[in-house]
Design a protein around this ligand. Structure first.
Ligand code: URA
Length: 429
């Protein structure tokens, strides 16, 4: 790890008062002017040192929300966030360092499969992930459903695991992009999270601080995603690609529809169980397809080779090594369904036969959140056991009485409420 402590814009680090007047800078952004890279950098540095106040940064964030930022401004903000902390430093002659970022979806357990798979193909994967918030789940929460698994690693421990196992999956530390943590908390309470420029800087700073060679972006759009339309997903993808390219990283984007959940399971332990099936060469076909589509962009080996690594158990073995390295109990992996058995498991059966034309991700995500699998606010506890599995997929045929999903709930009352949601989410014609 290395402490980066310099100015990209040159010379003025810390001397922001001589270089800018914060109210004028906010007003210029409000009027849609492009600020210089130096001004953006000094603003972020000033915010971190406490010289730029929360109320000023909030006003700036709202101006950006309405007026956007140019590629130069977004790149400068990304760099300033990276330089607020430490970055991964990989030893000379290291294998290709790669990662994936998903803008988040329902039932999205792709990282749990992709990270060990790509590591088993010979790459290094330093994956810094987030927690679930709102209707989308988070990789860290899913991993924590494995008894003992620690995601709160410090940078030195993470570097050691990465060098030894080839993959590490962890949360953001205090020393990793601290400006992002502070800015995100502010955006969260000031209505400025959905700014494409701010999302780009936030995501790309964390990925670029991993010091990658290649990055693949899984940009979701649809009812279960942050971006509701493909056009918005394209704008976000293009912005992230241009920031990555400017920093010398090969960035690929795959746009994936998130109108139905990925796979057949939604909920923390339930998704880990499904990811383990995929790692063992099985699992739902749509999950395997997304994993392969994304992995082949970054792994440097053929799709056929990636399929072999899934089918012959190599990727699963890598995942087990990762679990062990991060304090998890490997023997518990085969017992997760018992360890996290919800008190009520309710089967939902179709009232009539036909073709499944819709399995609405947004409705299922909301129902999963209400069962307790997610958080409405960042301090909420989550319930690893609850959620859905055996969900029917769009395009499948059902007969009257066929199973279309199972609800895992804490109480009968919760299960009944979730049943209403499932019946609304699934359309059979
Ligand atoms: N994820 C992030 O890491 N940052 C954002 O701003 C939005 C989603």
């Amino acid at each position: 790890m290395v402490r980066r402590n310099g100015s990209l814009a040159g010379g003025c680090f810390g001397d922001y008062k001589n270089a800018m007047h914060v109210p004028s800078l906010i007003a210029r952004k409000r009027e849609g002017e492009e600020l210089s890279a130096l001004e953006i950098e000094l603003l972020v540095n000033g915010y971190m040192s406490g010289e730029v106040a929360d109320y000023q940064m909030s006003a700036f964030g709202m101006a950006v929300y309405f007026k956007g930022m140019s590629a130069v401004e977004t790149g400068a903000m990304t760099r300033a966030i990276i330089l607020s902390g430490e970055v991964f430093k990989h030893a000379e002659g290291h294998p290709k360092v790669v990662d994936k970022h998903s803008t988040g979806g329902i039932g999205d357990k792709v990282s749990l499969v992709l990270a060990p798979l790509v590591a088993s193909a010979g790459c290094r994967v330093p994956m810094v992930s987030g927690r679930g918030l709102g209707i989308t789940g988070g990789t860290l929460d899913k991993l924590e459903s494995i008894p003992g698994f620690r995601v709160d690693l410090d940078m030195d421990e993470a570097a050691e695991i990465l060098a030894r196992v080839g993959v590490v999956m962890m949360g953001q530390t205090e020393r990793f992009c601290p400006a992002d943590k502070k800015l995100y908390a502010l955006r969260d309470v000031t209505g400025t999270v959905p700014s494409i420029a701010l999302i780009t800087a936030s995501i790309m700073s964390k990925k670029m601080a991993e010091s990658l060679d290649r990055l693949v972006l899984d940009v979701k759009f649809g009812s279960g995603a942050f971006m509701k339309t493909k056009a918005d997903a394209r704008i976000l993808a293009d912005g992230m690609i241009s920031v990555g390219k400017e920093m010398g990283v090969e960035v690929f984007a795959v746009l994936n529809e998130m109108s139905e959940p990925t796979g057949r399971a939604v909920g923390n332990a339930l998704e880990v169980i499904e990811a383990l099936e995929c790692l063992a060469g099985g699992g739902p076909l749509d999950l395997r397809k997304v994993v392969l589509d994304l992995s082949e962009k970054i792994a440097g080996v053929s799709r056929a080779e990636l399929e072999r690594l899934l089918d012959d158990g190599t990727a699963l073995k890598k995942f087990r090594e990762l679990v062990e390295a991060q304090g998890g109990n490997v023997d518990d992996l085969d017992k997760l369904a018992e360890i996290h058995k919800a008190p009520v498991i309710k089967e939902i059966r179709s009232g009539f036969g036909g073709n499944v034309t819709r399995v609405d991700a947004g409705t299922i995500g909301q129902a999963s959140l209400e069962l307790g699998a997610g958080r409405s606010k960042s301090t909420d506890n989550i319930d690893f056991a609850v959620g859905f599995d055996c969900l029917i997929k769009r395009g499948e045929q059902v007969a009257r009485g066929d199973l279309i999903g199972r609800i895992h709930a804490r109480s009968q009352e919760d299960a009944e409420k979730a049943e209403g949601a499932i019946r609304r989410a699934i359309e059979v014609v």
